[in-house]
Design a protein around this ligand. Structure first.
Ligand code: HEC
Ligand code: HEC
Ligand code: HEC
Ligand code: HEC
Length: 455
């Protein structure tokens, strides 16, 4: 290989310097500078958009998490009981007192009404991610969309996919930006105060197979249907639906993973060893599974055998031996001790880490606080553990070695693999009094196989 001349390397260095200065300047403006730069009266209320003109989109949005991003019970508990008290005690995370609202109550953030009043006080923060907020975004600042680095330009012009429409209430302008996944990324990528990607749905999508094929977030979460887009509008073949269905829609989660399990032999005697292999294929998500609030989510596979007499045996997963694997196998250990900071209990022992059967395989990525303890406080995350989630279109194989007990009944034995999903781990939900629905167990998929136990 030819040696590069010195001035080439110098030019490269200079370019690098200019480039990093530019990114520094770009990331230096955006988010924080927008805080308090607007007034509430510049943004229309969702009721205004939805009561006489966009009734159908309004009803969809009302059911979506977008309209509940500030009022939802678990958001309220985490923000007011953990994040604010923590931010007030610890300079390192002080910024989240305002920052959470950049994505969860973006209008209040733009107006500088932070922390906003409690949801029960019914302030404009309750509008959450509203119609006029999204339809006034014109772009983002910096290189990577994240941490509410959107540009908000409220006014008479509402941006959307078409330039043809006419509205009696406002002007309409076409925007390529709203149609791009980068728009979603401004809130669906989050960096913690310690510089760690604690939410990376957009980045996961970007490096996966769907981005390469130009399948955007919208194509799965704002799908097209023939219909109108306002009460007086013509019918379009591709009216963008406003469902934003995700983890809070069991129907969306079900079937995300396809699971098949098979044995290595079809007949065995008591005392013999049978090895089962389960294949888990992610056929549905455009990002990893789970994604988004990964610190709260848990996906796990439970495998059970039932013999001809109905006796049940729990099969533990065979460890693969990778670094950090202990976080991906159900265990009876304590974690989340950093909640003690907000709760004013420096000796807080923590709560049960997983709340699932010991030995089950977990598909997750653990988050660690500055002391190296596992945390659900994404703002207090200084490092990440092994990423053992299931990527888009990825297949993971897991094995289960079963030494048939001598007392096992002869006849057919059925082995079932069940893949479960929880938005919030049970021990955390119970400890923080989060309503049960947030910890509901959703069966993503299941499959059974049989072997014949010989007498
Ligand atoms: C202004 C910030 C913001 C923008 C822009 C944004 N989102 Fe969201 N989105 C949120 C927040 C905050 C939540 C979580 C609400 C909650 O659970 O508290 C959310 C929730 C969701 C959910 C529901 C997830 C679940 O747990 O059920 C989906 C799906 C979603 N967004 C998709 C999108 C798509 C697609 C786009 C782009 C077209 C987008 N979002 C743009 C802030 C935003
Ligand atoms: C190929 C279809 C597809 C694409 C593309 C896609 N998603 Fe999803 N998404 C899903 C499915 C299916 C789920 C439900 C399973 C789950 O919770 O992950 C989901 C779940 C989610 C969730 C909830 C995740 C969780 O576990 O809490 C969010 C947030 C979300 N999507 C946002 C996005 C954003 C933002 C993009 C673009 C960057 C995007 N999605 C692209 C299919 C897709
Ligand atoms: C999270 C951001 C977000 C929120 C909240 C939101 N929208 Fe949209 N809206 C979009 C995006 C993105 C598109 C489509 C962009 C594309 O595909 O080009 C869109 C499209 C539209 C369109 C045009 C549909 C078409 O097919 O021409 C209308 C009308 C609309 N939205 C009205 C509303 C109303 C009314 C609300 C509140 C009830 C609302 N939006 C809430 C992001 C949002
Ligand atoms: C960069 C944008 C952003 C910031 C900043 C942000 N969030 Fe979120 N938050 C989201 C999005 C997007 C989701 C939805 C992800 C999903 O569904 O998996 C979410 C989900 C959540 C959830 C889970 C909701 C549920 O029901 O599952 C909680 C709780 C939450 N955020 C609290 C906070 C708190 C507290 C802060 C500040 C410390 C914060 N968020 C900062 C974007 C953000």
């Amino acid at each position: 290989m030819k040696k590069k001349p010195a001035n080439f390397r110098y030019n490269q260095l200079r370019l690098l310097l200019v480039f990093s200065l530019a990114t520094f300047l770009l990331s230096g403006i955006s988010a924080a500078d927008q805080l308090g730069s607007k007034e509430y009266k510049q943004y229309e209320k969702p009721d205004y958009c939805g009561t006489s003109c966009h009734i159908d989109f309004y009803m969809q949005w009302k059911q979506a998490m977008m309209s509940q991003s500030y009022t939802h019970h678990w958001d309220e508990i985490e923000y007011f009981e953990l994040a604010i008290p923590h931010a007030e005690k610890d300079e390192a995370v002080a910024e989240v007192k305002e920052g959470c609202n950049g994505c969860h109550a973006p209008i209040s953030f733009m107006v500088g009404d932070v922390p906003p009043p409690l949801p029960e006080e019914n302030s404009r923060a309750n509008e959450g991610v509203s119609c006029d907020f999204c339809h006034s975004v014109t772009g983002f600042e910096g290189e990577i969309p994240h941490n509410f680095n959107f540009i908000s330009e409220p006014g008479d012009v509402k941006y959307g996919p078409r330039s043809t429409g006419e509205s009696p209430a406002h002007e309409v302008a076409q925007s390529d930006f709203l149609a791009s996944s980068d728009f979603c990324g401004t809130c669906h990528n989050e960096m913690s105060p310690f510089g760690i990607w604690v939410k990376s749905t957009h980045l996961e999508w970007k490096e996966g197979p769907y981005a390469a094929q130009d399948v955007r977030c919208h194509d799965c979460h704002m799908t097209y249907a023939e219909g109108t887009i306002a009460e007086m509008s013509p019918t379009y073949p591709d009216a963008r639906q406003h469902l934003f269905h995700g983890a809070h829609d069991p129907g969306k989660v079900k079937g995300t993973i396809e699971v098949r399990i098979h044995p290595d032999i079809s007949e065995a005697e008591p005392g013999e060893t049978v090895k089962f292999t389960a294949a888990l294929f992610n056929q549905k998500t455009g990002h990893k599974f789970p994604s988004g609030s990964v610190e709260d989510r848990i996906v796990w596979m439970h495998v059970e055998a039932v013999d001809a007499d109905g006796k049940k045996y729990h099969l533990s997963v065979d460890p693969k031996g990778f670094d950090g694997e202990e976080y991906t196998i159900g265990a009876d250990v304590l974690a989340y001790q950093d909640m003690g900071i907000a709760l004013d209990d420096p000796n807080f022992p923590g709560v049960q880490r997983d709340g699932i059967p010991v030995g089950d395989r977990i598909f997750r990525m653990p988050y660690f606080d500055p002391q190296g303890r596992m945390t659900i406080q994404q703002w207090n995350t200084k490092s990440l553990g092994v990423d053992y989630r299931i990527g888009p279109r990825e297949t993971k194989l897991e094995t289960f070695t079963f030494d048939l007990p001598f007392e096992v009944a002869s006849g057919p034995m059925t082995i079932t693999a069940v893949v479960n999903y929880q938005k919030l781990m049970t021990p955390i939900a119970e400890f923080l009094n989060v309503p049960e629905e947030e910890a509901e167990i959703i069966v993503v998929n299941q499959h059974s196989t049989q072997i014949e136990v010989l007498p």
